[in-house]
Design a protein. Sequence first.
Length: 185
Amino acid sequence: MPTVEAPADAELARLIGAVAVGDRAALRALYDATAPKLLGIILRILQDRSAAEDALQEVFVRVWQRAATYDPEAAPTLVWLSAIARHKAIDRLRQDKAARLTQADEQWLERLADGRDGEADLARRDALAQCLEAVEPDQRDCLVLAYCEGWSREELAARHDRPVSTIKTWLRRGLIGLRNCLEAP
């Protein structure tokens, strides 16, 4: 399989300079020269080809908008482009995590609000929902996923990029917070 060599840094810097003054052909050439490498960086972080391709497009929108700020003395061109790609991928992960947290919270609250178990259960569920809202977001996410969805401590640790010991601490503190809230007069 033939290898594709990246153009020399001077050529990439020249292309970014042209992009800075609005040269669309230069942006296209820059894309053609660097997209495979940048896609690889993004794909390693996101682990989803479709999301990585979307993020790559956002990277080049960012390059189009920020090309004038590139300083070739500060960093090699590919390093600058790679940093943009990495940051965009991490932003995507954060957005996805926030969306998943919100979805899990909404699903949990829907289950709590299910009134099929009678008025007393509904009152307990309302109290639990209020107390759950008072728990820190990371602890709440762990509580919901562990005790409602059956996630393991290891799965939670991977999701939050924290050690298992931290997850155990979050779960314990979250449960203590819930108990204290529910037992309060």
